[in-house]
Design a protein around this ligand. Structure first.
Ligand code: HEM
Length: 121
């Protein structure tokens, strides 16, 4: 697959991720734990994270960065952000009081991931 294709899949998966996060945050605020919508959002979150990882590594191979030994700092930060997006689901479920702040902070974190990839600071 081409770099362009990996990038399109990467962006598409981030859209899925934020659709899922929006649903999870609203479910958390509403005190919903186990209904079908909450499950749909949880499943979408997992699929999005896998797609982000696979397409991210596909793109990395295309730009000659498959070896972690030569990874620049911006890339490690992106991996860290990916881990945060994975782990945040626990906080969203267990601490609804944080949902309102996460509603704004998580998109900012996504913006930071985009900034890191585009500017490669
Ligand atoms: C392990 C995790 C990740 C890896 C390895 C990764 C890797 C990459 C790579 C290699 C690129 C393309 C850079 C280029 O073509 O020069 C990219 C672009 C991008 N990434 Fe990630 N990324 C990861 C996670 C994320 C996350 C969690 C988000 C947002 C939620 C994100 C958002 C973006 C965006 C918006 C772009 C710009 C699209 C483009 O123009 O190429 N990435 N990423």
């Amino acid at each position: 697959m081409s770099l362009a294709a990996y990038r399109v899949i990467h962006v598409l998966s981030t859209m899925l991720l934020f659709t899922a996060l929006g649903g999870l945050l609203l479910a958390s605020r509403a005190g919903v734990q186990n209904d079908a919508s909450r499950k749909l959002a949880g499943m979408t979150h997992g699929i999005a994270l896998i797609l982000i990882l696979v397409s991210g590594f596909g793109a990395l191979a295309k730009i000659g960065l498959s070896n972690p030994g030569i990874w620049p700092a911006w890339l490690w930060l992106k991996v860290l952000i990916w881990l945060v997006f994975g782990g945040i689901i626990v906080l969203i479920r267990r601490a609804p009081r944080f949902a309102a702040i996460l509603w704004w902070v998580l998109p900012l974190l996504g913006g930071a991931a985009a900034y890191l990839a585009i500017y490669k600071p």
